[in-house]
Ligand binder design. Structure first.
Ligand SMILES: Nc1ncnc2c1ncn2[C@@H]1O[C@H](COP(=O)(O)OP(=O)(O)OP(=O)(O)O)[C@@H](O)[C@H]1O
Ligand SMILES: [Mg+2]
Length: 308
């Protein structure tokens, strides 16, 4: 269960910077990431309207779901009402929040026009975080969508969520660039790309960035890159450091300053059906995602980690 009293008074000081203060229940001290310029795409400032962020990378196992679940939970903990959409038929975000796939309307019903967001969204154990779960029916959705009218825009049409009062909608995409991901990219304001520090990381990155460009040209001209977040980072490995340097050299302003460390508490939390802030808020994984949420809320530049 949500440990509200503990969280309310909890104050987090980053290991990486003395000015870094994240006060979960009080938005005012959200102050530590200095803004330092703009990337190739506009930097996003906090806004009153709903912001839809697709978490996408065609490569499997890079931390999309872990990022979607924990980022959504941290945004909600920062008092930004958030909706998490699990559009991956694997349903990992759904089970990662402790939900079974089968019960009630979910993302399939949204895509099919059989349910509205308000009918499909379930409250989760994190106050302010709702989930539209994946369901077994989603497995056939790519095939069904292929012959549907406006097949790339089904999710966009379903996501008329401003009236529901969400500050953020986070979409967990499957590991492909098929129609489900294309629907997410068409519906989203921006795409956040989790990148695991490994060989060939840059090649994978080039593919998803190409897909974003294509989507911007054909389907969603306003689609921005929210940022690239390095995941499962192990500071002891030279490879991680090398990949980080390469990625930051190629995308100096797009890479988030925050790096998500490899941290077993993150995998443990999802096996218990919880976001990590409800499982071990003092873990390095929780710190990472709280910082990432703060960077997104601040709309700070995603330049290299100065002074860290
Ligand atoms: N920072 C981390 N530290 C340790 N383990 C992690 C971390 N991030 C993710 N994992 C683990 O790595 C595995 C893959 O992560 P995740 O499911 O988030 O990736 P994904 O990109 O969503 O995968 P898929 O492409 O299959 O949807 C999971 O077992 C997850 O618990
Ligand atoms: Mg996943």
């Amino acid at each position: 269960m949500w440990a509200a009293p503990r969280l309310n008074s909890w104050r987090w000081r980053s290991r990486f910077g003395s000015a870094a203060v994240f006060h979960v229940k009080h938005a005012a001290p959200f102050c530590f990431v200095p803004s330092s310029g703009r990337g190739i795409l506009p930097i996003q400032r906090e806004r009153a309207t709903t912001r839809i962020i697709a978490i996408a990378n065609q490569k499997g196992g890079v931390g999309k779901t872990t990022t979607a679940v924990n980022l959504a939970a941290c945004l909600a903990a920062a008092e930004r009402r958030t909706l998490l959409l699990d559009i991956d038929p694997q349903g990992n975000a759904t089970s990662g929040l402790g939900f079974a796939q089968a019960a009630g309307p979910g993302v399939y019903e949204l895509l099919a026009g059989e349910a509205k967001v308000a009918e499909a969204a379930r409250p989760t154990s994190v106050p302010g975080l709702d989930l539209v779960p994946a369901s077994d029916r989603l497995i056939g959705a790519e095939l069904e969508l292929a012959s549907a009218p406006r097949r790339e825009a089904r999710l966009k049409e379903a996501l008329n969520v401003e009236a529901e009062g969400y500050a953020y909608v986070v979409i967990d995409c499957p590991p492909s660039l098929g129609l489900l991901t294309v629907n997410a990219l068409t519906a989203a304001h921006s795409v956040l790309i989790p990148l695991q520090c490994e060989y060939y990381a840059l090649e994978g990155l080039a593919r998803i960035i190409d897909a974003v460009r294509l989507c911007r040209m054909r389907l969603n001209p306003g689609l921005a890159i929210e940022g690239i977040v390095l995941t499962m980072y192990d500071a002891r490995l030279n490879l991680c450091e090398q990949v980080e340097q390469e990625v930051r050299r190629h995308f100096p302003r797009e890479v988030f300053r925050t790096v998500i460390p490899r941290n077993v508490r993150l995998s443990e939390a999802s096996s218990f059906g919880k976001p990590v802030i409800l499982y071990d808020i003092r873990s390095a994984g929780a710190e990472g995602y709280l910082r990432l949420a703060k960077e997104i809320i601040d709309g700070a530049a995603k330049s290299s980690r100065q002074g860290t």
